[in-house]
Ligand binder design. Structure first.
Ligand code: HH2
Length: 285
């Protein structure tokens, strides 16, 4: 599952939001040509996966009809496939109708932030197509999730939820080796919950499936640094490196190049049997 362009022991998943209202890049890539160009740029920076989404899940976001979501994402997936890059395409959706068309067009991974609780037709579709899927934890719905989220022990509860969702997916016919798990940073979590999940990420890694982590530019990083959404790259890198060290292997980010560099250094340090093959143009000490 992990494994980027030069057999990296991690995979960077570049975000391509084809939406007017995503929290950090809403409206920038609503036009298909701009979204395709952005996807190609992220691929050239070293993304192993591109995650294409047509519906924002930011706190307070309203649902989008399947037809509109399809209108946004399908030309982008087709355009990226036609460009013939060696990058896997993921569809960020909870709707079977959208996932089916995306898989037909060349996507191979379904990233469902509801962890198969949103559309009863989605589990069978993923099973039949033999697609990979990412199951993510979220408390409530995007409209309500940040209204005073509460847990007895956030890590225990997220772990139990992901274990149950994985069993559900397997019972629906999804092969275990197709499943990735995501603790859902920022989805019904306070700053303290997000930090606790990152601190004890090994507990989620112990479930035995590749762990996806999505901290990129999120508001808890703004709370910690006082920085606006377009100025949170350093904070994003810190969380991704920490998550790698604790066993996460797929990193969903907006800024692929810098995060990939940071992960290459982290991976070479933590797993010395892997060293990157990239050579700089000039040598320095
Ligand atoms: N975060 C977002 C969307 N999808 N999927 C997974 N698996 N994990 C995440 O952490 C995750 C996700 C939110 O980020 P973004 O897509 O940039 O914003 P928006 O939902 O506003 O489009």
């Amino acid at each position: 599952m992990a494994g980027g362009p030069v057999n990296e022991p991690f995979a960077v998943m570049g975000v391509v939001n084809v939406t007017p209202d995503s929290f950090s890049d809403g409206g920038l890539y609503l036009n298909a040509a701009a979204a395709i160009e952005h996807g190609l740029e992220l691929a050239s920076e070293g993304a192993a996966i591109l995650d294409i989404g047509g519906e924002s899940t930011r706190p307070g976001a309203l649902p989008v009809a399947a037809e509109e979501e399809l209108r946004r994402v399908l030309p982008v997936i087709s355009g990226l496939v036609s460009a013939g890059m060696a990058v896997r395409l993921s569809i960020d959706t909870s709707k079977a109708l959208v996932a089916a068309a995306a898989l037909d067009a060349g996507a191979t991974l379904v990233n469902d932030v509801t962890a198969l609780r949103g559309d009863p037709a989605l589990p069978a579709l993923i099973a039949e197509r033999g697609a990979d899927c990412c199951l993510m934890h979220m408390l409530g719905t995007p409209r309500t999730m940040q209204q005073d989220p509460h847990y007895e022990d956030v890590v225990d509860e997220v772990e139990r939820f992901l274990e149950e969702r994985m069993s559900f997916a397997i019972a629906a016919g999804v092969r275990e080796e197709r499943i990735m798990l995501d603790p859902g940073i920022g989805f019904g979590k306070t700053l303290a919950h997000n930090l606790e999940l990152l601190r004890r990420l090994e507990q989620i890694v112990a479930l035995g499936r590749p762990v996806v982590i999505g901290t990129s530019r999120k508001s808890f990083l703004g709370k910690l640094t006082g920085r606006e959404v377009d100025d949170r790259l350093a904070a994003t890198i810190a969380t991704n490196v920490l998550a790698y060290e604790r066993g996460a292997r797929v990193f969903r980010v907006h800024d692929v190049g810098p995060v990939r560099d940071a992960l290459a250094v982290a991976a070479a340090t933590v797993s010395p049997q892997w060293i990157p093959t990239t050579r700089p143009k000039s040598s320095t000490t």
